[in-house]
Design a protein around this ligand. Sequence first.
Ligand SMILES: Nc1nc2c(c(=O)[nH]1)N[C@H]1C(S)=C(S)[C@@H](COP(=O)(O)O)O[C@H]1N2
Ligand SMILES: [Mo]
Length: 560
Amino acid sequence: MNTNARGPRPPAWAAALAGVTAGAVGLGVAELVAGLTTASASPVVAVGGAMVDRTPAALKDWAIRTFGENDKTVLVAGIVVVVALIAAALGLIARRRVGYGTAGLAAFGVVGIIAAVSRPDSGPLDFLPSMVGAAAAAWTLVLLFRRAGATAPPGTEPAPEPGTEPGTAETGTGPGIGAGSGGRAEPMTPAGPSVRRAGADLYTFDRRKLLTGVAVGAGVAGAGVVIGRLLAGRGDVTSARRSVARMLPRPAVAAKPLPAGADLRIRGLAPFVTPNYEFYRVDTALVVPGVDPRSWTLKIHGMVDRPVELTFADLLKRPLVEADVTLTCVSNDVGGPYVGNARWLGARLADVLREAGIRRDADMLLSVSQDGWTSGTPVDVVMDGRDALLAVAMNGEVLPAAHGFPVRQVVPGLYGYVSATKWITEIKVTRFDEDTAYWTPRGWAPRAPIKTQSRIDVPREGDSVPAGRTTLAGVAWAQHRGVDAVEVQVDGGEWRRATLAEVPGPDTWRQWSIDWDLAPGGHTIAVRATDATGYTQTAAVAPPAPDGATGYPTIRVRAG
Ligand SMILES: Nc1nc2c(c(=O)[nH]1)N[C@H]1C(S)=C(S)[C@@H](COP(=O)(O)O)O[C@H]1N2
Ligand SMILES: [Mo]
């Protein structure tokens, strides 16, 4: 087994451990380099991002549904586990020849580099983290293999000299530890004259040196991740958000105060205004883009007479409008959580576009975010007078980083993926038959107005309630048309009209409630909304793809 052709071989577990340690050092060093160069993409982020962009829509949909807003954490954890497994395998391969292992790690680095430089927001230094990381990993592997054992020249006595430190592996002197020397090391081959052949080096495995090397490697990896993350945190927008908070002008067109009856204040019912920290978040960004408002610009180009480039200061000089608008994600299941309502402050997108001189035959606004994500919004919708905004604030607060700081689009009536571009930096005025936005080739409709929908919040699916009179409540939405009626049905009986809360306008959701006498036993409760065009949401059940889920929200409860 211990043939020279194959080189010295530590035991399998040790080789796998050396591989995992090398992989960890590689990732840690890569994070550190990413932090130092403020490259946007450490290998994990780059590969993760590439996976997000290439994941089949159905799988991504499933991930969003299964892991909710933890989907990205799960993805990163998954990548780390896969990297660890591959690194362990490379460690095992390195038993044959260390060069095989280092070649594998180099290939890894190449994957990281390709992922990093092919990101839409990649910078000139984005190849560095993966390259340096892979080199560090390869070097670690070689070093650990050397530490793990030593080859005794033929004829050398491998027996230990008690108390002496093992010699360095590279010198070729015996490790000084053989079988029985405290049980800390195991020889790869029985260390006896019987295996000593002329010309054949004796290999002995030094467990202690390997483990100390692994410990150092783990330390380097951990320090790399922590320091790298801290350095990357320089891109943190906390202080930028604070200074923007001081510059935010008052609205030129303030929203009317919310009608007193907008919030029914029923326990368990979604509040009319969704607090920013509770607002759902859906995007493809593994790391929240940190956009500096001082260097931010918005380029408007394409089918316009006068391309413009607005700075953040330009934007704030414009008359800012306040509007209550409910955002909805197309991925939301019937009854799902990806809908939220906020008061937005922003410049009118239509005015900005008019100044740029939008051409008649343009029908699409392809908005682009800092991280390269794109969205296609119909021109006519934005120009029809509704509150389509380049928003800078949300519920009286500077836009949170996760919700698009410093500027995002908000267009009432359209699902987020075709309207609500966060971290927006560019709008290309174009045509649907010439350009394609991010989600379109991934199985989602190019145009997606929000469907009339409703939700039961109280009680929850599976709840037990006291028999007798109980309050049923929820929300309904049909943005920019407005909700005119909500009806509730119990156990397939007659539909009864719920009481509707007041609303500031047609662009927000609307709370509803109804008191119902529930006999003891199990009940099925369904709800449906009718919008101001007279359309009642369809009972036909459809999944979110390609343009929004349909069907009546239904829950089962037990009264008793
Ligand atoms: N840059 C960017 N903007 C984006 C997305 C994205 O992936 N990247 N997702 C969109 C989708 S699908 C939705 S539903 C809304 C969600 O906005 P929120 O996260 O602020 O709730 O943002 C939209 N804006
Ligand atoms: Mo979405």
